[in-house]
Design a protein around this ligand. Structure first.
Ligand code: AMP
Length: 595
């Protein structure tokens, strides 16, 4: 086996020993998918055989896939909630895992409006680290010379809390950035970041962003790649530069750090980076950023050596591709991996491909994977398909069994098989099940939107006005993006329609009703702007139906779409708007979970 054949791509340079090792590992995993999966499930079931959960289903020490599939049911988060709650409350017995649950990772998926809590064990960090270690060796096959400069990545930690039983509950990336593995990572010329750890680890997102941007500007010629985890994050950074470039240029011109930075660790680390005035750089930033109408290609103007953007633009993030193209002058966008709080899944073996062609290859050592054929209503007898047996072209819902104790857990992602690399299937991320609206990590489903509309419309009740139809739209052309809700109203007293104050309260009430990830994004992360209601003329939704029917929809089966994005429909709706209203304040949010 040669590494050259490993990724079947034109080799652009000879890989380092470290890269060869990683590429060999990928080769080994992708050639032996079924064998590795069999081994993984055996390991998980034998070490967890004494857990309350597996005992309940009478597994009696069996570790083969057939018995596991016959006895243990496919579940959702809500099925596991009682067990998760007990662990969160401090029960240390072997409920889901025989290894101690060390923390909960807070997923951006929600249950009853709160983030889901995913159990994790100590060694999971090594599994995540392993997946990360495969990314650069693959990238190096396509983009040479990345060791000759730095990466400007906007990375952030988020607020964390503790469960009643004292376990930390925080997002997976926060857990990773705060880990010793990340903080004390050995020097690797392929992974040198412009951002100091102190800036990444600062809990105040504004100080963190300011410092990371400042460092990126100071080292602008060294930057070879630019990124954030998701596209929304990178666009937020551009938005931040738009509003703060003057202050940043001022710091560079004087060689002193803005008084807005109060974090002592950042101040200390910046004293070694911002050491002297650089008027030339300050003037350059002023001239480039000061051209109000010309931010097209700003990324390549400021960071001329950037070879690609490292950012996820698949799934809900695809809506940001046009804006990223605009700001970057069409730089390639690399989607390198597919992961979640439950488990990390896989990597993109062709990271420089077009966003529409991205496929992820699941690494069979990460967890045990099963696939529920999509479009089939699952029944007791539903056959789940093994990773090695999925079929090209078909769509499946991902179901995983993890070392930390999730058994046959429905992740909620719909994937389509696009092909195979060796015997490993490759998947296009199709969408997240049931998600209607998403700006960044928030995921709002139809039921949540419905209940938010219902709650808000109660405020109209006094005047006898009712919401007769509604739909929604994720407005992402502005930074930050925001939710737009179109309302058609039945106004009882035409002489007294709801005024702007009432409508603004409706906007805020909707926000109060949305899930905690939405509210956190609004309040703490400021990554979502105020919710907007656009009131449309009476009869607009009739017109919407006529339009759908003219395009072939059946009258009998027509349902009002609860989320729209198709341009002609947007144009129709927007041309019928009679008034627009914005949420006047922030909704409530605190890191503590609602009891
Ligand atoms: P979280 O719930 O916060 O752990 O986020 C994990 C979810 O983010 C996954 O289940 C996917 O729905 C989504 N996600 C993660 N990576 C990707 C990717 N590369 N492309 C599209 N969606 C992704």
């Amino acid at each position: 086996m040669t590494v050259d054949s490993a990724l079947r791509s034109p080799m652009m340079h000879s890989p380092s020993t470290k890269d060869v090792k990683a590429l060999r590992f990928i080769e080994e995993m992708t050639r032996n998918v079924d064998f590795v999966q069999k081994k993984v499930i055996r390991e998980i079931l034998s070490r967890n055989s004494d857990t309350e959960y597996l005992k309940r289903f009478g597994l009696k020490g069996f570790t083969d896939r057939k018995t596991f599939k016959t006895k243990v049911p496919v579940v959702t988060y809500d099925d596991l909630k009682p067990e998760i709650q007990r662990i969160a409350n401090g029960d240390r017995s072997m409920i889901l895992s025989s290894y101690p649950i060390t923390e909960f990772l807070t997923s951006s998926g929600t249950s009853a409006g709160e983030r889901k809590l995913m159990p994790t064990i100590d060694e999971d960090m090594d599994r995540r680290q392993l997946l990360y270690s495969l990314l650069m060796p693959v990238m190096n096959l396509y983009v040479p010379g990345l060791d000759k400069g730095k990466a400007l990545y906007f990375l952030f930690v988020k607020t964390e809390s503790k469960t009643p039983g004292g376990l930390p509950a925080r997002p997976v990336l926060t857990s990773y950035y705060k880990s010793e593995q990340f903080k004390r990572r050995p020097y690797d010329p392929y992974n040198v970041y412009t951002s100091p750890n102190e800036a990444i680890l600062c809990p105040d997102s504004s100080q963190s962003m300011y410092t990371q941007m400042l460092c990126g500007l100071l080292m602008r010629h060294e930057v070879l790649r630019l990124g954030a985890v998701f596209a929304s994050g990178l666009l937020r950074a551009i938005g931040f530069l738009q509003t703060n470039w003057k202050e940043l240029a001022d710091d560079i011109s004087t060689g002193t750090l803005s008084s807005r930075i109060s974090d002592p660790a950042i101040k200390e680390s910046m004293s070694k980076i911002l050491t002297k005035p650089d008027q030339e750089l300050a003037d350059f930033i002023t001239s480039v950023c000061g051209q109000d109408n010309s931010w097209e290609g700003i990324i390549t103007k400021i960071w001329p050596n950037t070879k690609y953007l490292d950012v996820i633009v698949t799934g809900a993030m695809a809506q940001y591709i046009p804006m990223l193209e605009y700001y970057s002058g069409g730089l390639p966008m690399a989607c390198t991996m597919y992961a979640s709080s439950e488990s990390y899944f896989g990597i993109n073996l062709k990271p420089m491909c077009k966003p529409s062609e991205v496929s992820y290859t699941i690494m069979p050592n990460m967890a045990y994977f099963e696939f529920l054929p999509h479009h089939e209503v699952p029944t007791e007898k539903s056959e789940l398909v093994e990773l090695a047996d999925v079929e090209v072209g078909k769509e499946y819902e991902l179901v995983i069994t993890t070392y930390a104790g999730l058994n046959r857990y429905r992740v909620g992602d719909i994937l389509q098989v696009t092909g195979f690399y060796n015997s490993a299937p490759q998947f296009k991320f199709v969408r997240r099940k049931n998600v209607l609206l998403s700006i960044e990590s928030d995921k709002t489903d139809e039921a949540e939107l419905q209940s938010a509309v219902e709650n808000a419309s109660l405020l109209l009740g006094e005047q006898g006005t009712r919401v007769i139809e509604y739909t929604s739209y994720a407005e992402t052309k502005t930074i930050p993006g925001h939710y737009v809700i179109y309302w058609e109203l039945l106004v009882k007293d035409q002489t007294n329609p709801p005024n702007d104050e009432v409508m603004a309260r409706c906007c805020l009430e909707m926000e109060e009703s949305l899930n905690s990830v939405y509210r956190q994004s609004r309040v703490a992360d400021k990554s979502i702007g105020p919710l907007e209601i656009r009131v449309v003329k009476n009869g607009t939704f009739e017109e919407l139906m006529d339009y759908a029917i003219s395009r072939g929809a059946s009258i009998n089966q027509y349902k009002v779409p609860r989320c729209v994005s198709f341009t002609p429909i947007m144009e129709l709706l927007d041309s019928r708007v009679v008034s627009t209203h914005f949420s006047p304040a922030l909704p409530h949010w605190s890191p503590e979970r609602r009891r």
